[in-house]
Design a binder for this molecule. Structure first.
Ligand code: NAD
Ligand code: ZN
Ligand code: ZN
Length: 344
């Protein structure tokens, strides 16, 4: 079968031919219907040999959907032919965090060698993939896999980030979204769907700002030296309630800090190298800084229900598997509209 693999440190992803995997006891094989390309993949492929811990070769793809194709011994929770989405941040299923569905914060995953598909385990950018347990599969029902596969990360991650801030996002509040890319353009829609907040998006190019407005941002400004002033004008001088930073390099973190008010949430989602110091000298009083990772299984159900209700729609650019390297080039260059989806 074809698979998109990262094979050498510093190299580019390659389309290669590998064996179709067989499901072991308790495992499920999917015939993949779609896989999303995330900026985190680019981040991982940019790590040095010392920093890189995911194993080589690595079949990419931590956003995946598929049709159940073969069951390992003992699997009863899904049936052959089911259309499903993969919950990526898989845990042990038994610890305190997992018991709450927060497998993204599993206490034992690292110790047990459990890694998400595409981020350690073989991922979804292939014709077939193995999923460790039917617990990690959510039924898609009538939802189109290509349109919705990115909800498993580009939907789930901002949903979790925003949900934790809901008590503050009351009428009159303002939420700033920095980076209207794969995650950010979904974040804007989630904010519009589940909060009454005024939503202000920041990005670099006019096309990204146009997309931000199309998907519901009340305002969209260039992420430059004037951005803080533009935000203040838009809010009538009131401070920002929550900043969701999907870039998180030092300039965007500093910008977020400069507009965030007392009791604000400053939520760092991007894996940029910026840092946000917290202390009595500098941070807004009683502000909260969070660095959330992915989301819980229950939250993925909620995200799919938002899609079913027509409240969230991922903008996609679809690439056949042979063109996956081109999709990653476009992601790297920042020229994608929404999410790049790979179809095997
Ligand atoms: P993306 O490339 O699709 O989107 C990033 C967007 O940021 C692009 O639209 C780009 O134009 C914009 N941008 C770049 N520099 C900017 C700047 N200085 N100011 C404003 N906008 C700027 O990436 P993505 O797949 O949406 O991922 C976003 C980030 O989130 C990445 O760092 C990724 O690694 C991270 N991520 C984190 C988690 C988590 O669990 N915390 C999960 C998934 C992705
Ligand atoms: Zn991701
Ligand atoms: Zn666990």
């Amino acid at each position: 079968m074809k698979a998109v693999q990262y094979r050498t440190i510093g190299g580019s992803p390659e389309v290669v031919e590998i064996e179709v995997p067989e499901p072991g006891p308790g495992e499920v094989r999917l015939k993949v219907t779609a896989a999303g390309a995330c900026h985190s993949d680019s981040f991982v492929m940019g790590l040095t040999e010392e920093q890189y811990t995911y194993g080589l070769p690595l079949t990419l793809g931590h956003e995946g959907t598929g049709i159940v194709d073969k069951l390992g011994d003992g699997v009863t929770g899904v049936a052959i032919g089911d259309s499903v989405a993969v919950y990526g941040p898989q845990g042990c299923g038994r610890c305190y965090q997992c018991a709450q569905g927060k497998e993204n914060y599993c206490e034992r995953a690292a110790e047990l060698g459990i890694a998400p598909p595409g981020l350690g385990a073989p991922g979804a950018m292939a014709e077939y993939m193995i999923v460790r347990s039917d617990r990690h599969l959510l039924s898609l029902g009538d939802l189109d896999p290509v349109q919705n596969v990115a909800l498993t990360d580009a939907g789930l991650t901002p949903y979790h980030a925003i949900k934790m801030s809901l008590p503050k996002l009351v009428p009159g509040s303002t939420a700033v979204v920095i980076g209207a890319g794969g995650l950010g353009h979904v974040a804007i829609q989630i904010l519009r769907a589940i909060t009454p907040s005024t939503v202000i998006a920041l990005d670099l190019g006019e096309e990204k700002l146009a997309l931000a407005r199309e998907v519901g941002a009340h305002h969209a400004f260039a992420s430059d030296a004037d951005a803080a002033e533009r935000i203040r004008e838009a809010t009538g001088g009131r401070p920002v309630t929550a900043v969701f930073d999907f870039v998180a390099i030092q300039p965007t973190i500093d910008l977020g800090r400069s507009v965030a008010g007392v009791e604000s949430d400053h939520v760092i989602v991007g894996v940029g190298a910026g840092m946000l110091p917290v202390g009595m000298l500098g941070a807004p009083y009683d502000s909260t800084v969070r660095a959330p990772y992915w989301g819980s299984r229950a939250e993925l159900f909620e995200v799919f229900d938002l899609a079913r209700a027509g409240l969230v729609k991922v903008e996609t650019e679809v690439f056949p598997i042979d063109e996956a390297p081109e999709a990653y080039r476009r992601l790297h260059d920042g020229t994608l509209r929404g999410r790049a989806i790979i179809v095997p």
